[in-house]
Ligand binder design. Structure first.
Ligand SMILES: [Mg+2]
Length: 251
């Protein structure tokens, strides 16, 4: 892995689309959630004005910008409201892509999630380490204070499902077909792009496969994911900020 500083304009001359993970890349890590009975409270993080301008600049320079997140569409729309005309949103770990008001659904998870959902509700109901279920349409996301064995055991019994712990929540989805990598492959078809045309930046375990599908993968946490380049974690700028500064300095 090379340091981002070593990136040259010639490294990115085939790149047409840049894919950004959200948490830990465009905003600091961590989603605040509170669930009391049937009331769920979620804090929406906002994207800094500076990153909004940088994404606008990338767009002006001809780059497509794709946001790839485990978050739900409603939340991403809220976060990126100002620049919705310039971005596509691939949400819930590659389940679907929103672009200019049109939704491209990449996977139908209904039958897969139907049985396990009530079971998960049941085993987590009285667990003090479980903070709550984040509202999602295609995947299941359970926020917890720490890893919860009951959740993992339940998912392990289902051959077709995976569970990923990202330090604050479990995402539960369909193996292979409900991942950021699968979502990227589908988005590449929408925009008629090849692997060599795509750069992606991510920081966490749910980005592993996503980075594998990109011609130029960028790691925003080299202890968790590998890339062709990496952004140092310690610094006053967010990883996406540093990457955009670098690319915008080229032309
Ligand atoms: Mg992340």
């Amino acid at each position: 892995m090379k340091l981002l500083n070593e990136m040259l304009p010639s490294d990115i001359n085939k790149i047409k689309m840049i894919v950004f993970d959200v948490d830990g890349v465009l905003v600091p890590r961590g989603t605040k959630i509170k669930q009391v009975g049937n009331t769920t409270t979620l804090e929406t993080k906002v994207i800094n004005e500076k990153q909004i301008r940088q994404i606008e600049e990338l767009n002006k320079k001809g780059f497509l910008v794709n946001i790839s997140s485990g978050r739900g569409l409603y939340m991403l729309q809220e976060m990126f409201r100002e620049i919705l005309p310039f971005v596509s949103l691939t949400y819930e770990n590659g389940s679907a892509t929103w672009y200019k008001g049109k939704i491209y659904q990449h996977i139908n998870s209904f039958e897969y999630m139907q049985d396990i959902f009530p079971k998960l509700k049941k085993v987590t109901a009285k667990n003090k380490d479980v903070k709550g279920f984040e509202p999602k349409e295609f995947i299941i996301t359970i926020h917890c204070k720490k890893m919860v064995q009951e959740i993992e055991n339940l998912v392990k019994k289902e051959d077709r499902l995976y569970t990923v712990w990202n330090g604050e929540a479990y995402d539960i989805g369909i193996k292979r077909n409900q991942t950021k990598a699968f979502g990227l492959k589908c988005a590449m078809k929408i925009f008629k792009l090849k692997k060599e045309n795509v750069m992606a930046i991510g920081d966490n375990y749910n980005d592993l496969e996503l980075l594998g599908e990109a011609g130029i993968p960028i790691s925003a946490d080299k202890d968790r994911v590998n890339g062709k380049f990496y952004v140092p974690l310690l610094g006053k700028y967010l990883p996406a900020d540093m990457l955009m500064q670098k690319i915008l300095s080229f032309k």
